[in-house]
Design a protein around this ligand. Structure first.
Ligand code: OOG
Length: 247
């Protein structure tokens, strides 16, 4: 299963979804870990994790109640202001997010003040998500096995996390047209809670967030499908923005 999802991601080719009931959530995380292990054996380096379903808009869009997480590698980084090739993906979508840079290790049950003390910087970010399944019918274990649809990330400039990020306006535009408007408050009510959740989730897997890790806090709005030729831009109040082009 790990080989199938990994090859699908590597080649940008859709695969059939695993039959319903073949995987439970904990099996699915084992498939995810094994598939990312294959990427690391090919020379990719781990750079952090992403969270999924941290906002009501995403939960409603996908019909779920649970948070999930996936693993990020350096090969997923898209240069800010750069270009992606639509052919490298199956059916990519883009989401407006915030990214955090971890400065001190975090794992297990942690408090908001501990989280605040552990982050070094925050940046506007977009995640390119790409479910590798053909005719996908939503099923949580399938998404988890497919590395929580993680496919790419675009990071804006980091700045020290000394400003209040509780309620920052976020506007995502496609070809100059505003398509998604939200607030960082949509991320679990306060985006730092995403880090509390991230520490708990990686802790449950026997892991920790390490200095230098990037944590994508999860989408603040619903996702937008990407099309060839599009220009995608995110602006975040007080933080700046990020953009990229779809070729
Ligand atoms: C799952 C990934 C969701 C988020 O930010 O909520 C996600 C999907 O929608 O395919 O990354």
């Amino acid at each position: 299963m790990a080989e199938r999802v990994d090859e699908a991601a590597r080649q940008g080719q859709a695969i059939d979804q695993f039959a319903a009931g073949t995987l439970n959530v904990s099996d699915a995380y084992a498939v995810q870990a094994a598939s990312v292990e294959r990427r690391l054996r090919r020379g990719e380096a781990p750079i952090g994790i992403k969270l999924g379903f941290t906002s009501r808009a995403k939960m409603v869009q996908m019909g779920v109640e649970d948070l999930i997480w996936g693993r990020l590698t350096d090969a997923m980084l898209v240069e800010e202001g750069g270009q992606i090739d639509l052919d490298a993906y199956v059916h990519p979508r883009v989401e407006p997010e915030l990214a955090f840079l971890i400065e001190k290790p975090l794992t297990g049950l942690v408090t908001l003040p501990q989280v605040q003390a552990a982050i070094g910087a925050v940046a506007p970010a977009m995640e390119i998500i790409d479910s590798r399944y053909r005719d996908f019918k939503f099923d949580l274990p399938s998404v988890v096995a497919d590395n929580a649809s993680s496919s790419g990330l675009v990071l804006g400039a980091w700045r020290r996390a000394d400003l209040d990020i509780a309620n920052l306006g976020m506007v995502m535009s496609l070809d100059g047209e505003v398509r998604q408007v939200g607030s960082s408050a949509a991320i679990l009510g306060h985006p730092l809670r995403a880090l509390v959740a991230a520490a708990r989730l990686v802790g449950e897997a026997g892991l920790s967030l390490r200095p230098g890790d990037v944590v994508l806090a999860g989408a603040a709005t619903a996702a937008e499908p990407l099309r060839r030729g599009q220009h995608v831009e995110l602006r975040v109040q007080h933080l700046g923005g990020a953009e990229f082009q779809v070729a």
